[in-house]
Design a protein around this ligand. Structure first.
Ligand code: SF4
Ligand code: SF4
Length: 99
C-alpha cells in the first residue's frame, strides 16, 4: 500500500513533517465537492470559523472517505485559510480554474 505521506519525487521538499490531520480546513475549502455543490476554491458552507465541520456526524461519504496525505504538510502550517487554499490549488495546478 502506498505511503500517502510520501511526496512525489519531483516535488519540492515539504515545509513540515506531518502525518495526521491538523484540522486546517484546506480540504474543505480548496477542492470542488459535487456532493455538496461546492465549487473549487470556495469554503464549504458547513465549515465554521474555526475550520471545523458543522455537520461532522452527518457529513457526506466523500468527506468521510477523505484521507490526509503529504499535501497536509504543505498547506496546514500556513497562517490563514486563504493561504492554505491557495497553496492546495497551486499544488494541483488548479489556481486558474478557481478564479
Ligand atoms: S488539508 Fe489535511 S490537515 Fe488540513 S484539514 Fe484537510 S486532511 Fe486535515
Ligand atoms: S461537509 Fe464538513 S467535512 Fe465535508 S467539506 Fe463541508 S465542512 Fe468539510
Amino acid at each position: 500500500m502506498p505511503d500517502l505521506f510520501e511526496a512525489p519525487a519531483d516535488f519540492a521538499p515539504r515545509s513540515a513533517w506531518q502525518r495526521e490531520c491538523s484540522g486546517c480546513g484546506a480540504c474543505c475549502a480548496a477542492p470542488d465537492i459535487a456532493a455538496l455543490q461546492k465549487p473549487l476554491g470556495a469554503a464549504c458552507r458547513h465549515l465554521d470559523a474555526g475550520c471545523r465541520c458543522g455537520i461532522y456526524l452527518s457529513r457526506p461519504a466523500v468527506c468521510r472517505q477523505y484521507q490526509p496525505d503529504w499535501v497536509c504538510g504543505e498547506v496546514s502550517a500556513l497562517p490563514t485559510l486563504a493561504a492554505r487554499v491557495a497553496r492546495f490549488l497551486e499544488i494541483y495546478g488548479l489556481e486558474a480554474e478557481s478564479t
